[in-house]
Design a binder for this molecule. Structure first.
Ligand code: RM4
Ligand code: MN
Ligand code: MN
Length: 430
């Protein structure tokens, strides 16, 4: 335990100063929930079981295509990224796994990386392949696409990269591969829309064939960017059709930021679940055409409605229902650790609120077409401030009652600013 980044004493002392106030709020909320016949301790136990993976790439400062402004002490390699993720996990206790991205996180010794993570209290979640960029010295460019390129050599190279990701993931103890491609077109007529999809399916079949028995492949759709006229897997429809054609190990991954504005994402969740194809999430938020703002920062209500569908799905699980929850954000103007702490809290809070929905009352109102009662049932849960529940669950698991305050108090970032190399453009997404 001594290799954990923040001292346990520091956490305990910090919590001790806050415990009385949080307990008071918890007890008061408990009385209020009891009047709704909800047992606060039972909700807290469920909330304590929730977890969401951190993106290794989210620990660095991201940017836009215009600029990137690094901060002192940000990580410059996967080892430092793991250390920062370990801070988030130690304080929040709901982020025990890291999702890696290759080749960004490439190292020479993966068994050693796995051991290093374990020492830091971390495991590994889905591995992400990257064929949306060229790597220095690679034989074939992805400028005209990767898994869907007309050039067979580029396609094969992209397939092999994905298979290599599976092999790395096996060593790390991951059990899923997430495939997001930037392939698409910028001009009408540029691409044969059907032929590009055929090539995608053919490439994915070969990747699918390399999956170990207990693995899944997540197909991630995105409406646009970097291709601005069409992308090959643009929406959940293309994604679910591809997943159905590929077989049971292929599932759809919903990145909240990858839809047109105002799309009803919670309904997509319900649809994908209905067909046994809901594989996982990339949590973030968005306002315009961006796809990487902090979870719950723009539309916390949507996050709640998504979790409302997920709780419905938990109550009616189909065989193989085991969605993988991950954060996928680019932190351009904040300390990435602070964003990940705040996002983990927002996500856990949305889940906890969804647990408070009085399901029988909701279902009865739906059956009876009592529109206002159905809406108010959701509203009552959404309006409840669940902060004390999430905080208590976190503290009982060894985390911090106030994660942000403790992180700042720990002086982690300024200490790293003294120890770490200054970043170039390396660590975050640009
Ligand atoms: C994409 C997509 C992928 C992520 C990259 C960095 O927009 O969300 O999941 O790996 O960004
Ligand atoms: Mn994503
Ligand atoms: Mn994205």
């Amino acid at each position: 335990m001594s290799s954990l980044p923040i001292s346990a004493d520091l956490i305990q002392n910090h919590n001790a100063q806050r415990l009385e106030a949080v307990r008071d709020e918890y007890d008061s909320l408990g009385r209020s929930l009891a009047r709704r016949h909800i047992d606060i301790d039972a909700i807290k136990s469920k909330a304590a079981q929730f977890s969401v993976a951190l993106p290794s790439w989210g620990s660095g400062r991201g940017g836009t295509r215009f600029a990137r402004f690094p901060i002192a002490g940000e990580p410059t390699n996967i080892h430092e990224k793991l250390a920062d993720c370990a801070v988030v996990q130690q304080l929040s206790r709901i982020t025990p796994r890291v999702s890696t991205h290759f080749p960004w996180d490439r190292v020479a010794d993966y068994p050693a990386l796995r051991a290093e993570a374990r020492e830091l209290g971390l495991g590994f979640d889905a591995v992400n392949s990257n064929t949306f960029q060229d790597r220095a010295g690679q034989a074939h460019s992805y400028r005209n696409g990767s898994l869907t390129a007309t050039d067979r050599s580029a396609r094969n190279q992209a397939i092999e990269h994905n298979i290599e990701c599976i092999e790395i993931g096996r060593v790390l103890g991951a059990q899923a591969l997430t495939v997001w491609i930037g392939d698409g077109s910028n001009f009408p007529g540029q691409q044969h829309l059907s032929a590009a999809l055929d090539r995608y399916l053919d490439s994915l079949q070969q990747i699918y064939a390399a999956l170990p028995d207990d693995w899944r492949v997540f197909l991630e759709h995105k409406m646009f960017e970097p291709a601005f006229y069409s992308t090959v897997i643009a929406d959940w429809g293309s994604s679910v059709l591809a997943a159905q054609q590929l077989g049971p190990k292929a599932k759809c991954l919903v990145d909240l930021g990858h839809h047109a504005p105002n799309v009803n994402i919670e309904q997509i969740v319900a649809r994908l679940h209905r067909f046994g194809k809901l594989g996982g999430f990339h949590f973030n938020d968005s306002k315009y055409g961006d796809d990487d703002l902090d979870s719950g920062s723009i539309n916390p209500h949507q996050l709640f409605l998504v979790f409302n569908e997920l709780v419905e799905a938990e109550l009616n699980p189909l065989e193989g229902f085991d969605p993988a929850y991950m954060i996928d954000q680019s932190h351009n103007v904040t300390d990435p650790i602070e964003s990940m702490l705040s996002s983990a809290e927002a996500i856990a809070g949305a889940y906890t609120k969804a647990l408070l929905v009085e399901r029988d009352r909701l279902h009865d109102a739906q059956e009876e077409n009592d529109v206002m009662m159905a809406f108010q049932t959701l509203r009552r849960a959404y309006r409840t401030d669940v902060t004390p529940i999430v905080a208590m669950a976190r503290m009982e698991a060894g985390g911090a009652l106030d994660t942000l305050a403790l992180y700042r108090y720990s002086g982690w970032r300024s200490q790293k600013a003294r120890e770490r190399n200054a970043t170039g453009l390396g660590a975050g997404i640009v």
